[in-house]
Write a protein that binds this ligand. Structure first.
Ligand code: GLN
Length: 389
């Protein structure tokens, strides 16, 4: 159902593609490789930590910026993993990364500001920018590399550009900005006095053997970047909705002021559990990573054997298939809509994350964080569907 009353940003808007596909999967009993979330055993020790906190600790409002223990744990985690020198004052805990994006946009975007976005763009970015009176200006990333083209970016920057939003690693393609691209983006921010909102929720879900590097770590960028992270992605617990914003102290204080009037604060038991989890040894994270890598290889291998052209990627819980190269003469929307109904497998059409009419329409995204039997069954169904087209 669409509505006609209310703010024009939302009136006439449909459900998100993720909600639409999960709804269809539920309704049709399809295997859901659409919306990105893990199925299968969940980290027992994290659930125990949350249960303990629910029973033994306060269930009243934590401080708006987050439990000090969690802010310290986030700072220490990034010090260890990404060599960022952070303190409690650089961390604001939010109710998931989506709230962090909302709070950051509320704090930084003023009416009339142009905000540079890269497409494919996570579906929340542009509506939030518009709701704040900002004007999204898209630079489209293109297959096969989905790289950042300096000429195109320069052409999109105007005197009114104030903020750039970067999702690296990139959902849905799973690609990662190269060190040269990050340096170029930092240079442009400095040259044009831009702030950056960096959605880095996939930072640790990496399969290229490289450690994540944030735009925040580029020379001169420490006071220009709001870096967003997610416990949902780090621990595979998407329903917990624990995220955070990292920034230099002045910017962190500013985004905290916006956050205090969005959700104010976030469930304390879940904050305690994440604080505990972030302190676990590398073994724990490596174990989880190895399990994800095996699931990824299983879906990639199965799809390739079933005749699908699987695209190279370096990160995220997703693989994308190239439909034309797989011998499928459907665009991505038709493929996803038919596959969920006729094959019983939900996917995400990549073009749903572009606004422009000439978006690439030949790629569908599939989530691999599922039990082996589910991956195998999905592959078998998709293989039969492809063969029958
Ligand atoms: N980040 C999730 C994905 O890309 C979607 C989250 C949501 O549905 N809002 O699949």
């Amino acid at each position: 159902m669409t509505v006609t009353i209310g703010h024009p940003v939302y009136a006439g808007m449909g459900r998100t593609i993720f909600d639409h596909m999960s709804g269809l999967a539920r309704e049709l009993g399809a295997i859901n490789l659409g919306q990105g979330f893990p199925e299968g055993p969940e980290p027992r020790e994290l659930i125990e930590a949350a249960a303990r906190a629910l029973r033994e600790r306060s269930n009243q409002y934590p401080p708006s910026a987050g439990l000090p223990e969690l802010r310290d744990a986030v700072a220490a985690y990034y010090g260890r993993r990404q060599r960022l020198a952070l303190e409690r004052g650089n961390v604001v805990v939010t109710s998931g990364a989506t709230e962090a994006i909302c709070s950051a946009v509320l704090a930084l975007v003023q009416p009339g500001d142009e905000v540079l976005l890269f497409a494919p763009a996570y579906d929340a970015y542009a509506p939030m920018v518009r709701r704040c009176g900002g004007v999204p200006v898209f630079v489209a990333l293109r297959p096969p590399g989905w790289g950042y083209d300096e000429t195109a970016i320069r052409a999109a920057i105007s005197a009114r550009t104030r903020v750039v939003m970067l999702n690296d690693p990139l959902n849905p393609m799973g690609t990662v900005a190269t060190p040269d691209e990050l340096a170029m983006l930092a240079r442009l921010c400095l040259e044009h006095d831009l702030l950056a909102i960096c959605d880095e929720v996939w930072e640790e879900v990496r399969f290229d053997g490289r450690a994540h590097a944030s735009l925040l770590g580029e020379p001169g960028m420490a006071d220009r970047v709001v870096k967003i992270g997610s416990a949902g992605k780090l621990f595979g617990m998407t329903g917990w909705k624990i995220g955070w914003m990292i920034a230099g102290e002045e910017l962190a204080t500013l985004v905290a002021r916006a956050h205090q009037f969005v959700t104010f604060t976030t469930a304390p038991a879940l904050q305690w559990a994440v604080a505990e989890g972030l302190g676990w040894g590398e073994d724990w994270f490596e174990g989880q990573h190895a399990a994800r890598a095996a699931q990824r290889a299983r879906l990639q291998g199965g799809l390739a054997e079933a005749g699908f052209a699987v695209m190279a990627n370096a990160a995220t819980w997703f693989v994308c298939v190239d439909l034309a190269a797989s011998g499928i003469a459907l665009d991505d929307t038709a493929f996803s809509e038919r596959a969920v109904r006729e094959a019983g497998v939900a996917s995400i059409p990549v073009s749903a994350l572009y606004e422009e009419a000439d978006a690439p329409k030949g790629f569908a995204r599939l989530c691999f964080t599922k039990p082996d039997a589910q991956i195998d069954e999905a592959v078998a169904r998709l293989g039969r569907f492809r063969a029958g087209l």
